[in-house]
Design a protein around this ligand. Structure first.
Ligand SMILES: [Zn+2]
Length: 388
């Protein structure tokens, strides 16, 4: 496969993580979605840095593009469901496990960048009541929610933050799923470094793009980070990547990176040519998906199992197949609607002659499909078409 790849030496941009200028373009997708699941009706044209494996837009997004994304009715961060609370607890535990902070060693000052609805900040505030904890969040609805939980929030972005009133630098700065939205990840890290105490720690959680991952399909994800691209971005920001770990299954395809001002960087072994080949195949699979599914599943009506990110991306990237979906089903109902489709409880479903199409993370496809087949459903599943 690699021998067929064109080396796009003439790209104007340089890599946002390592500043190299050789990229491999992956297949273009006619439209895609943004992180909150809305369809984004612009072609997705991404490429991969041949040095560090970072995935990025071929034409870098501008401030104007970012304004356009967030001026749409962007809906992440305002909600506060049981799933959000569980997620915050999982993230808190993951951060604590990774940092291995002694219970007696309470950070004095803590900053969460992009604190969203404040649920995670509240967890740390409850854990370390003597610490000064504050958050920064651009979205109005989410920051109001965080404030209602007692979290001190500055509404805005990192670049606007004024910390002079603290009189001291920060011991722990963390962000969860923020850096991939940054137009300049190196600058994003540099600004954190400027606020960091000498022995302080920066913790960055983001999607793991070392292997193909649905998040690289999101239009508003500016960079898909491999481990090496985080290592390189840290170097450019004058930081050391001390540790990097992939998330436990309960969290999903994410990774946690720990940066400090000094020390020895962790050793990595990313096979960049393999990463490029895997992503090329992955984008190819998504490019063909709509036609493949329409050709294969000829039932008049299809019910889709799953109402999450995978369902939203199928709606965006396989619109003709989506139009054949008559309803969506789940084991437990949390909403009445998924986008414009009704949700029907699985035990109320009477469509055993029609295909139940499983739209969950490909890693879980086998388990879910086996269970539904045992309930006598005729099934098909996204994991037969998309490998990761
Ligand atoms: Zn790079």
């Amino acid at each position: 496969m690699l021998s067929k790849m064109s080396l796009n030496k003439l790209q104007k941009s340089s890599c946002l993580c390592c500043a190299h200028d050789r990229f491999h373009a992956v297949p273009t997708l006619p439209q895609t979605i943004i992180s909150d699941g809305q369809i984004w009706s612009k072609p997705l044209q991404k490429h991969i840095c041949e040095n560090c494996g970072a995935t990025a837009h071929i034409v870098p997004l501008s401030d104007h593009d970012i304004e356009e994304i967030y001026s749409a009715p962007y809906s992440l961060g305002g909600q506060h469901t049981q799933a959000d609370i569980t997620r915050a607890e999982n993230y808190k535990n993951w951060i604590l496990d990774t940092l291995d902070i002694a219970p007696t060693k309470v950070p004095d000052k803590i900053l969460e960048i992009g604190c969203g609805n404040g649920l995670l900040a509240k967890k740390f505030k409850d854990l370390w009541p003597s610490a000064t904890l504050f958050g920064i969040e651009p979205a109005t609805q989410a920051s109001k929610h965080a404030q209602s939980l007692g979290v001190e929030v500055s509404q805005g972005i990192l670049e606007d933050l004024n910390l002079e009133h603290l009189n001291k630098k920060i011991d722990l700065i963390y962000s969860v799923n923020v850096i991939e939205h940054s137009l300049d990840p190196v600058l994003f890290l540099k600004r954190q470094k400027a606020f960091l105490a000498d022995n302080g720690i920066i913790v960055t959680i983001c999607p793991n793009a070392t292997r193909p991952n649905i998040e690289t399909l999101f239009y508003d994800h500016i960079t898909g980070f491999t481990q090496k691209s985080l290592l390189e971005a840290a170097k450019m920001a004058g930081l050391i990547l001390k540790d990097i770990q992939v998330a436990p299954d309960s969290i999903g395809n994410f990774q946690i990176a720990v940066f400090q001002k000094d020390g020895i960087a962790t050793k990595l072994d990313n096979n960049i040519p393999q990463i490029i080949e895997d992503k090329e195949n992955y984008f190819n699979q998504w490019q063909k998906l709509d036609k493949t599914l329409c050709d294969k599943i000829t039932d008049k009506e299809v019910v889709m199992f799953g109402a999450g990110e995978m369902g939203s991306i199928i709606r965006g990237l396989a619109p003709n197949f989506w139009s054949k979906i008559s309803a969506v089903t789940l084991d437990t109902l949390t909403n009445d609607m998924f986008h414009e489709k009704n949700i029907i409880a699985l035990d109320k479903l009477d469509t055993q002659n029609n295909t139940l199409f499983i739209a969950v993370r490909p890693d879980f496809g086998d388990i879910v499909e086996t269970r539904l087949k045992d309930q006598n459903f005729k099934t098909d599943s996204i994991h037969h078409y998309i490998s990761h």
